[in-house]
Design a protein around this ligand. Sequence first.
Ligand SMILES: Nc1nc2c(ncn2[C@@H]2O[C@H](COP(=O)(O)OP(=O)(O)OP(=O)(O)O)[C@@H](O)[C@H]2O)c(=O)[nH]1
Ligand SMILES: [Mg+2]
Length: 423
Amino acid sequence: MFIDKAIVEIIAGNGGDGAIAFRREACVEKGGPAGGDGGRGGSVIFVGDNNVNTLIEFKYKRKIRAEDGENGKNKKCYGHKGEDCYVKVPLGTLVFDDSDNYLIADINKVGQEVIVAKGGKGGKGNCHFASSRNQVPEIAENGELGERLTVRMELKLLADVGLVGFPSVGKSTLLSRVSAAKPEIAAYHFTTLNPILGVVRVNEDKNFVMADLPGLIEGASTGKGLGFNFLKHIERCRVLVHVIDMASTESRDPYNDYQIIKNELKSYNPSLIERPQIIVANKMDVPEAKLFLEEFKNKFKENIPIIEVSALSNEGLQKLIYKISDLLDNTAPFSIVNASEEYKVYLNKQEDFCKIKYENGYYIVYGGPVERAFYKANLTTDLGILRFMRLLRYNGVEEMLKEAGIKDGDTVKICDYEFEYFE
Ligand SMILES: Nc1nc2c(ncn2[C@@H]2O[C@H](COP(=O)(O)OP(=O)(O)OP(=O)(O)O)[C@@H](O)[C@H]2O)c(=O)[nH]1
Ligand SMILES: [Mg+2]
């Protein structure tokens, strides 16, 4: 089953509580507070994985929880930290905070890790609270709660090329010929019910991913047929390959087919038809196809290459592969389409997001973009703080701080906001 939407509750582990303990040993002269710190809670981390290609796992797994940190122990022993929970998700997964539709992550690379919920910090044990005035501190910190949120995941397949066209024009046949994918092929409509990906080899060190998408019909953009459930999977394709049954097997006019599909794509998302496109005149093995193609060419005035093929007899397929590869070489990947400005600002990993300097005991994070984001953020609410922290994380500020030598307990300052760092 192909599932491209899921709602899951994510619960990071709570930090362990700090311990209150004292050292009392017969032959040891000085005792004193000896309660260790609680371990930090595990985080829930999503990882891009190209062996997973649907969100089906999350249809049944509605809660994902990382381990809590262990409480601190006596003799200044730390509690164990909770295990992080790594969750494999398919490439092309968008992760939203379901409460306010905020886009948390766009996972589009193999091995890309995004901390979706961070584990709580462990509480300090009473050994930290001894002072000259209070040598027997009966206080220790509780562990912090782990972040928890409900996320909505949406999968928008990441394919370089998408095959679009009416049902039964031969999209699946084509994919099965140029890749190792084995989509179902049959003469009835909507044989393909779910997008299918195949890797097409151009030469020894070059290949691209092609998606065979369910057939489109007039009104697809408003929900007819399999509707726009699948149109969204076209959104990230860099090149669209429009497959046309040039033999008019079902007595439709090929040029009319082209216009209808073009209009559907345009009504769904006008930017789609601005993408590089190729028209595949399929079924050229059928004798009548030559005439239909001539007619088609007479009417067709757009500057889009037409490649004649027969998916059945493999005719023209190699030429098609090279043509697609050429177009891909000249087309940059698309970021998320349809995302609102807010999402873009949030997600755009900015090159010069911030700089870091160490001054007077503070790690100071500064620079135009981070400061602008800071003034925009609402740090008076928990959600606002959470979101701002995620933004920092997304832009790699945590790694930068680590490179700058930060350790747990150090203070970070952004504009006039200070917070304690912990990993
Ligand atoms: N003669 C001829 N028949 C073809 C060719 N390509 C596909 N067909 C036939 O067309 C029919 C439909 O092919 P599919 O590949 O299942 O078509 P599709 O576009 O994937 O259809 P849906 O999944 O329903 O959208 C099958 O009977 C194929 O054998 C071709 O190049 N020549
Ligand atoms: Mg098919």
